[in-house]
Design a protein around this ligand. Sequence first.
Ligand code: NZQ
Ligand code: ZN
Length: 387
Amino acid sequence: MKNFDYSIPTKVHFGKGQISKLRKEIKNFGSNVLLVYGGNSIKRNGIYDQVMKQLCDDEINVFELSKIDPNPRITSARKGAELCKSKKIDVILAVGGGSVIDCSKLIAASAFYKGDPWELVLDSSKITKALPIISVLTLSATGSEMDAFAVISNMETNEKLGMGNELLKPKVSILDPEYTYTVPAIQTAAGTADIMSHIFETYFHNEKGAYLQDRFAESLLKTCIKYGEIALKEPNNYEARANLMWASSHAINGLISYGTDGGWSVHPMEHELSAYYDITHGVGLAILTPNWMEYVLNEKTVDKFAEYGINVWGIDSSKDKFEIAKEAIKATRGYFEKLEIPMSLKEVGVDDKNLEIMAELASKRGAKYGYMPLEKEDVLNIYKMSM
Ligand code: NZQ
Ligand code: ZN
């Protein structure tokens, strides 16, 4: 196990009715609040009203920035940064899924930056200060409610890039599983696939001796597998929504990656797909993951895949290890199919026009440094297997 510096500083209020803590938390940071949200979902399901009730206080001034797109755009972050500067914002309140929280993170950092916010996406070491962020999560998927990362899209340049800085970790997150009851089926499925992908990206590593992290990861995977299906069939099942929500935070907050050796493979490949075709992140991951698994299965990786098959899918350990690994990959694909995720890139509108350039960029921007290094040709082969 490698050395690490543990720091998961986000204070979490988890469960039904925890929105009642919001007013006090806001006031700990100041009085000028920028409320950031997406389309109309929080108005339709009543979360907006519950939040506004908490902000109804003579000492609190609320400014709003709405219409944050899924795959949040740099243009929204620019608007948010201007508002922070002109209205002397003290704290950002992000109410939504990963897109809203990610955009809020870039806004929080840009509030103290003189240049264009895109410069911070390109080089997050330029972030020296950030406004505090409070998140109210409405979709279990990205883990942005408890991590240091944001992923921002620039549609003019077909770039979707990740950034990360410790200063961007939300100070407080309110996680009420009931807030996810209205998440559409495809987003519930995509969110579950995204959580699972975060776990896979960490679980498939080359570090020896991170036994505890691997067992944590397997428990999280089993939680997703069990409750993803239930949440789809019964959207108002509290137990399912609660378990998915807590799994989403722990999949990426560092708990399972501390002490292992980093390097993600499938996310860099997916980010190029979203950048060029604006597809749903979790759907892209579900399509690519089983094909990536098949592609990287070899003498070197088979033991890890067999471990996955035995510990997560309960496959008979007396079988041949390649047989176990192949069964595990089949089970992974079968699970995403059960969640009714479209399982080919063609189905989500990806054609073969940009495969070469996407493969080159995906390799350069991360896939090269993953569990099994993927050069441009490897990524291209995986894209082709996924068509
Ligand atoms: O815009 P609204 O109206 O809010 O609707 C959203 C949106 O259409 C809807 N939704 C959210 N909560 C809802 C709801 N609809 C009904 N009821 C609710 N309670 O769901 C749609 C998708 O929302 P979005 O925030 O885009 O989804 P998600 O949370 O999956 O975030 C995806 C973004 O996060 C990035 C992705 O790349 C993508 O840009 N990621 C961020 C990461 C991070 N910060 O660490 C890591 C991830 O790997 C990922 O890359
Ligand atoms: Zn993800």
